[in-house]
Design a protein around this ligand. Structure first.
Ligand SMILES: [Zn+2]
Length: 207
């Protein structure tokens, strides 16, 4: 019997659904879930087209999960935002369900803990795999900086306190109490970093 390709996750498909589908086809991948960290168009504008494309290929269609319901207004205004920026092909996103702080999701062999980390948007969530030691952080935290908060609904102090209270302590929560296991951060833009690297050197998180 041919080994089955392990199921996969897609996180924050902001567009380019055709490119994603071509990659999925080329590697014969099975997508079990689409996860959304927050409602901005560059993170969720491709959800509808990707889900349609995957549903045409295989049943059942993947689950579309998250963010926190406080971002529902953003998911429902993606098409308007895209028109405003002159972008084509981005659609409003609907989810099968929103998530909440403290939930645990089991998809594609990953056990993902949901943290609500607001400030960039009101309903932004972060998905943390504590066993594999990585976190999908969307636009919360980047290498050397944090997400922008200059939107009407943005809140810079809340973003920084949420990162300090919820993300940075995760590296102290390893199985053996004395061992600090760093966590790789997968941001929505730019390169990878780690929580300990940002705790030590990110200028927004000092003091
Ligand atoms: Zn964003």
């Amino acid at each position: 019997m041919e080994p089955r390709n392990p199921a996969r996750l897609v996180v924050d498909p902001g567009g380019d659904a055709d490119t994603l589908l071509a990659f999925i086809d080329r590697h014969a991948l099975e997508v079990e879930a689409i996860l959304i960290t927050h409602g901005h168009l560059d993170h969720a504008g491709g959800v509808a087209a990707l889900r349609r494309g995957l549903a045409e290929r295989a049943a059942p269609a993947p689950d579309v999960i998250g963010p926190d319901e406080r971002d529902a207004f953003l998911l429902a205004s993606i098409a308007d935002q895209a028109r405003h920026f002159g972008l084509e092909g981005l659609e409003n996103a609907t989810v099968d369900r929103f998530v909440q702080e403290g939930e645990v999701l089991d998809y594609a062999g990953c056990r993902l803990h949901v943290l609500h980390v607001p400030g960039h948007t009101p309903g932004h969530v972060v998905f943390v795999d504590k066993a594999a030691r990585f976190a999908f952080v969307g636009d919360v935290l980047f290498r050397g900086t944090v997400g922008r908060t200059d939107f009407a609904y943005g809140d810079g102090p809340l973003l920084v306190s949420s990162i300090k209270d919820k993300l940075l302590p995760l590296t102290k929560e390893s199985g053996g109490a004395a061992i600090r296991d760093d966590i790789t951060v997968v941001p929505g833009h730019g390169g990878l970093t780690t929580l300990d690297t940002e705790a030590a050197g990110n200028p927004f998180l000092q003091g």
